[in-house]
Design a protein around this ligand. Structure first.
Ligand code: SF4
Length: 381
């Protein structure tokens, strides 16, 4: 496969993206299944291991046009260590001059000094893990900040020079009414973000939340209530001028979309560094060992942190194009759907049901189509 069937020529381009997984958090949130831990004392060893891993990829990727520090909580790490990583990465790997650099931060870590330090390191986008704007919800989610802390954090980021600031929110909490969620959205909008990510709370296996649900200590809303909140969110944010460009993501203008995340949805190559990070070079995927200990051990023994890899066949890439494309307003080129009467009948039925639209030779999900993005992909698999 050569030309990317998901590229809609909007200038986001085909340059690869670089992701750095920073696995440290001050505390572990009860719903979280990400590879993260509280052993911040390992941050210097992590820095050395990430830089050693980056050196393995010298000259193997063309210049990156995105850099994304996610986690974990990158903003929780001492800015001197973080700055060292960013600075040295720029000497080991090649970056385009207009590189979009994003850092994920938690409101509790956003001091004026840290915000200025992140901006000085070259970060131009901040993704703020607010999750909620009501203190009961924040307590349930085990977060370290209170509702007023989010707006203050956003002001500090803006004062430090960040223009592009996203807010992450979670809906579908126990007992959450439509009005309570709307009030969260209103408060988020009042803070003036350029980007919003709204995720339905999901119960991940082996988390404290999963145990609480099993013991009936927490009761989450059912599927139809969550779907209603999803549709309400899309309508509400559209009225506020936000573009619903991916199932969970909204941008105030096209240019405020996450250029880095768009690469995943379009199957553009990305290099991931750090524990649990995934990479893709256009034909092969590989992923690193998940635990920080294993990652550091391998680095000290000068062994690659890659846990496993797979070469994608054309058919596997087609299935990924379907799975990713139906999550976005770019949809999927009709050329990628299977030929034949069954696929044509399915397409007509989904268009008649209002789940898909045909636009410029692409099958594009509507908002109700987003609700069933996975099943759209399966239909044409
Ligand atoms: S801050 Fe984020 S990564 Fe860290 S434990 Fe909470 S949800 Fe997980």
């Amino acid at each position: 496969m050569d030309a990317n069937p998901n590229d809609n020529g909007d200038g986001f381009g085909q340059a690869p993206g670089l992701y750095v997984h920073v696995p440290f958090c001050a505390t572990k949130c009860p719903y979280c299944a990400f590879a993260s831990c509280t052993r911040i004392e390992s941050a210097p060893a992590f820095r050395d291991a990430v830089l050693a891993e980056a050196a393995r990829y010298r000259n193997r990727f063309s210049p990156f046009d995105t850099l994304y520090f996610g986690g974990g909580t990158p903003g929780f790490v001492d800015p001197a260590i973080l700055g060292d990583i960013v600075h040295k990465l720029r000497n080991i790997l090649a970056f385009k001059p207009d590189c979009e650099a994003t850092i994920e931060v938690n409101p509790a870590d956003v001091t004026a000094d840290r915000a200025a330090a992140w901006h000085d390191m070259g970060f131009c986008r901040a993704s703020l893990g607010a999750q909620a704007f009501d203190d009961d919800a924040l307590r349930f989610l085990g977060r370290r900040h209170d509702a007023s802390g989010v707006s203050e954090a956003l002001l500090r980021l803006r004062h430090a020079g960040f223009v592009d600031i996203g807010i992450d929110l979670i809906y579908g909490l126990p007992g959450q009414t439509r009005e309570a969620w709307r009030s969260t959205l209103r408060r988020a909008l009042d803070a003036g973000p350029t980007h919003l990510s709204c995720y339905a709370l999901s119960v991940e296996p082996r988390t404290p939340l999963a145990r609480a649900v099993r013991r009936r200590e927490a009761e989450l809303p059912g599927e139809s209530a969550v779907a209603a909140l999803f549709l309400d969110t899309s309508r509400f944010l559209a009225k506020a001028g936000f573009i619903h460009y991916e199932v969970s993501n909204y941008a105030l203008l096209d240019r405020y979309r996450s250029r880095h995340n768009v690469k995943y949805w379009r199957s553009v190559p990305t290099l991931g560094l750090g524990p649990s990070a995934h990479s893709f070079d256009g034909t092969r995927r590989w992923w690193n060992v998940r635990s920080l200990e294993a990652y550091l051990r391998r680095s000290q023994a000068r062994i690659s942190p890659v846990a496993a890899s797979e070469r994608l066949t054309d058919e596997m890439r087609r299935l990924e194009t379907l799975a990713m494309g139906f999550r976005t307003r770019e949809g999927v080129s009709l050329d990628v759907l299977r030929d034949g009467p069954a696929a044509e009948a399915a397409l007509s039925r989904l268009v008649a049901d209002g789940r898909l639209k045909i636009q410029r030779n692409r099958a594009v999900p509507t908002t109700t189509g987003f609700l069933v993005a996975d099943s759209l992909a399966r239909t044409f698999a």
